[in-house]
Write a protein that binds this ligand. Structure first.
Ligand SMILES: [Zn+2]
Length: 335
């Protein structure tokens, strides 16, 4: 692709970021809380992109590339009823046409693994998986150098792998027993309540955690914060959560046979010793794997991971991805 810039947009469950990118370099960036209302969302997204349009760099912008939490209707570019964003449905192409630039819209983790493949830790590998442990659990998968999409663009939705055959807890997507229902930050309060109610950790009913659950004050950040102070109940609860993370990792390793798994997401980043290290230890010791354990590493680009991924997909998109995007054909046909 010719020289120029990309406007990259990262739509997350809690934050929305827009950046002017030159390959993996972030030249300018703005960040806001993701609005949980369709009209406000539309207004804020347009404002953020307009901020870059008002700069002298706009003429050199080649493309707008949005990477968003799912589920995403890949072909139409519509975020559909996303469980981690108040069930919003957002028709993104309708918000972008006024900017008169080509645009692509992809899943955030799909973007992230492509950024890792082009410029990050997956550079030298043909089989790589990106896993985010954040409000939800998501993934992006490259096998044999191909970015997996699937029939509706959801081949990478690893957060919805069933890790509990008893299906004790319901996931935000409506399914039961999914990995995200146990390990996603947004669902951790419900899982901890389950642990307390069923006394899965000895003595937990009399702990500070039980009191926080009762007052509906417990969230993922507080749980991991308590664990860092050495609270034994918090550590025991995290051990329970990690069982589901390990089940998820084992499943994706057995399915996709990756050389490397790259872990991102705010919860994983902020709690490396409590989450990523124990997962790595379990995977390395695990005899149940059908293949050899992959390398497990933290994401290359920190909080800019998804922005870099969006940029990577804009600079170097797989052709079969572009062919799937109905709005992209329409835009190209008009020009
Ligand atoms: Zn689910």
């Amino acid at each position: 692709m010719r020289e120029g810039y990309i406007v990259a947009v990262d739509i997350g469950a809690t934050k929305m970021r827009v950046a002017l990118m030159r390959k993996e370099a972030v030249l300018a960036k703005r960040e806001v809380k993701t609005p949980a209302d369709v009209k406000i969302f539309a207004k804020v997204l347009k404002q953020l992109i307009s901020y870059i349009r008002s700069s002298s760099s706009w003429d050199k912008v080649l493309m707008i590339s949005i990477a968003t939490i799912g589920p995403l209707d890949l072909e139409r570019g519509v975020i559909t009823n996303t469980p981690n964003l108040g069930g919003l449905t957002i028709d993104l192409p309708s918000l972008l046409t006024e900017f008169n630039k080509p645009f692509i819209i992809v899943n955030d983790c799909v973007a992230a693994i492509w950024g890792e493949k082009l410029w990050g830790k997956a550079r030298h590998y043909s089989n790589a998986i990106y896993v985010t442990i954040s409000t939800g659990i998501g993934g992006g998968i490259i096998t044999d150098n191909n970015l997996l999409l699937g029939k509706s663009g959801n081949a990478h939705e690893i957060g919805h792998i069933v890790v509990d055959a008893e299906r004790k807890l319901q996931c935000g997507c409506g399914g039961w027993g999914h990995w995200e229902a146990y390990g996603g930050g947004g669902n951790i309060p419900r899982f901890v309540k389950y642990i307390v109610d069923n006394k899965l950790v000895k003595g937990i009913e009399n702990s500070i955690i039980a009191r926080m659950v009762e007052r509906e004050e417990l969230d993922a950040k507080k749980l991991y914060g308590l664990a860092k102070t050495g609270n034994k109940y918090a550590l025991a609860v995290i051990k329970e959560v990690n069982k589901y993370h390990v089940a998820g990792f084992e499943s994706i390793i057995n399915m996709y046979d990756p050389e490397i798994i790259i872990v991102g997401g705010s919860i994983a980043f902020n709690n490396y010793e409590l989450i990523v290290e124990p997962i790595r230890r379990s995977i390395n010791n695990r005899k149940g794997l059908i293949t050899s354990p992959p390398i497990i590493e933290l994401a290359s680009f920190g909080e800019d991971e998804v922005l870099v991924g969006a940029s990577a997909l804009a600079y170097s998109p797989p052709r079969y991805l572009l062919e799937r995007l109905k709005y992209f054909h329409q835009a190209a046909d008009k020009s």
